[in-house]
Design a protein around this ligand. Structure first.
Ligand code: HEM
Ligand code: HEM
Length: 124
């Protein structure tokens, strides 16, 4: 694996490990207050990012383009802000909400970019 594919896949392993640590802490303490943080870390950070990595590995032409580099940069940055923001929010700090909203919209835009890249690649 190289480039964008490797960045996505390696970071999915990191998010997966972090999300599982959080899940175990939630289970052990019987405090499920961070359920949304755990859930989004697992399903976006681990599952989606691993899929992005495998996709770009399978479609090297798509991975080598500028759009893929924009996708990985924006997705990694926005998800990181989103997850830290969720952790702070569900820790009881509402002041983080505007930043959370921006991160969520930017992540959604990065997914729209991926949808374009992937649809174009599979139809080529
Ligand atoms: C050692 C492994 C794990 C532990 C200890 C753990 C722990 C937990 C706990 C305590 C909850 C809250 C349950 C509730 O309050 O209803 C939860 C929810 C959740 N977990 Fe995990 N988890 C683990 C692995 C995973 C994995 C591997 C994934 C996904 C790939 C995952 C995805 C989710 C999701 C999506 C929810 C939210 C479910 C809902 O909305 O009801 N978890 N987990
Ligand atoms: C970045 C944009 C996203 C926003 C703003 C968002 C927002 C939300 C909200 C508000 C909830 C309900 C939380 C609650 O009341 O407990 C939720 C739940 C959930 N979302 Fe998302 N979501 C986003 C992206 C995603 C993506 C891309 C996935 C899957 C790949 C996903 C999977 C889930 C799952 C499994 C749940 C149920 C677990 C939970 O309650 O946290 N979300 N999401």
């Amino acid at each position: 694996m190289h480039g964008v594919a490797r960045i996505f896949f390696l970071s999915s392993l990191f998010f997966g490990l972090a999300g599982l640590v959080l899940g175990n802490v939630m289970a052990a303490t019987q405090d499920h207050g961070q359920l949304p943080t755990h859930a989004h870390t697992m399903v976006i950070g681990w599952v989606s990012f691993a899929l992005f990595g495998l996709f770009y590995h399978q479609f090297p032409a798509a991975a080598s383009g500028l759009l893929a580099k924009v996708h990985v940069a924006v997705a990694e940055a926005s998800l990181s802000v989103l997850l830290v923001g969720l952790f702070i929010h569900y820790g009881g700090n509402d002041a983080i909400e505007p930043l959370l909203g921006v991160a969520a919209i930017v992540y959604a835009l990065s997914f729209a970019l991926f949808a374009f890249i992937a649809a174009r690649a599979v139809c080529a």
